[in-house]
Design a protein around this ligand. Structure first.
Ligand code: ZN
Length: 119
């Protein structure tokens, strides 16, 4: 029985088999990972990915130079955001952030992937 603040979820059939197979793979790398932690983590990551995709639809690439992507963000009054690549790391200069949605967007650009692979 779940304790207060917990919830039990029942899974079955093909989805369960798929999750168990993926879990077995992941466990090879992280032996201490429980099935519950794996499922929770996967669900949260997927939700974050969806949020990211939703936000990313409103962002577009304006220009790309050797180490900088200039992005336009429609959510923020079409303001420009500058994402710089330095030492294989991306940083949004406008937000002064290594992990904002602009960094996420820039990471998916082929030009950036190429730059990260080359240095
Ligand atoms: Zn940003």
């Amino acid at each position: 029985m779940p304790k207060p603040g917990q919830k039990t979820v029942t899974m079955s059939g093909a989805p369960l088999k798929t999750l168990e197979a993926k879990y077995e793979e992941e466990k090879k790398v992280r032996p201490n990972l429980s099935f519950a932690a794996f499922v929770t983590e996967s669900a949260l990551m997927e939700l974050e990915r969806r949020d990211m995709l939703k936000e990313a639809q409103l962002i577009s690439l304006v220009a790309y130079t050797d180490d900088t992507a200039i992005l336009k963000d429609a959510r923020k009054g079409n303001k420009f955001f500058e994402v710089q690549i330095r030492n294989k790391k991306l940083k949004c200069l406008t937000d002064n952030d290594f992990d904002c949605v602009h960094v996420g967007f820039a990471l998916a650009l082929p030009q950036v992937r190429k730059a990260l692979a080359n240095d």
